[in-house]
Design a protein. Structure first.
Length: 135
């Protein structure tokens, strides 16, 4: 029995989205190593934080206070984050949203993800570390 996709409306929806997204990202040939080898991500600890981040951005303020940009700048210092990494991350994210949800908040999630990727790439490029200039 197929279900008709609905919009993202609850924290449980975000949990479902992040579980599905990370199941792809962690095993992806292009970016999986950034999560598993470089960041050595503990997914059980990370998922609640990332769900809170997206809840704060899409549904309601959760008081999320972590500096996501700095976390990614630190990751970049360990292993260069390249435009292709952001493109792949965004592709997997948008694909996962589209598989599970439809509606204004789902579209907002994809728009916000694109914006976040752009800001991170711009900040990385502005460090003058020899990475290709982005945008």
């Amino acid at each position: 029995m197929s279900t008709i996709p609905k919009d993202i409306t609850t924290k449980a929806d975000l949990q479902q989205l992040m579980e599905a997204f990370y199941s792809k990202a962690l095993t992806d040939d292009e970016i999986g190593y950034l999560f598993t080898e470089v960041a050595q991500l503990n997914i059980e600890k990370h998922l609640p934080l990332i769900v809170d981040f997206w809840q704060n951005n899409l549904l309601e303020s959760t008081g999320y206070k972590r500096n996501v940009l700095q976390l990614h700048l630190d990751l970049h210092a360990q292993s260069a984050l390249k435009p292709a990494h952001f493109e792949r991350w965004l592709y997997l994210f948008e694909q996962t949203v589209d598989e599970l949800f439809v509606g204004a908040t789902a579209q907002k999630a994809k728009n916000r993800a694109a914006s976040i990727a752009t800001v991170m790439q711009t900040k990385i490029a502005s460090q003058g570390d020899g990475s290709p200039k982005l945008l």
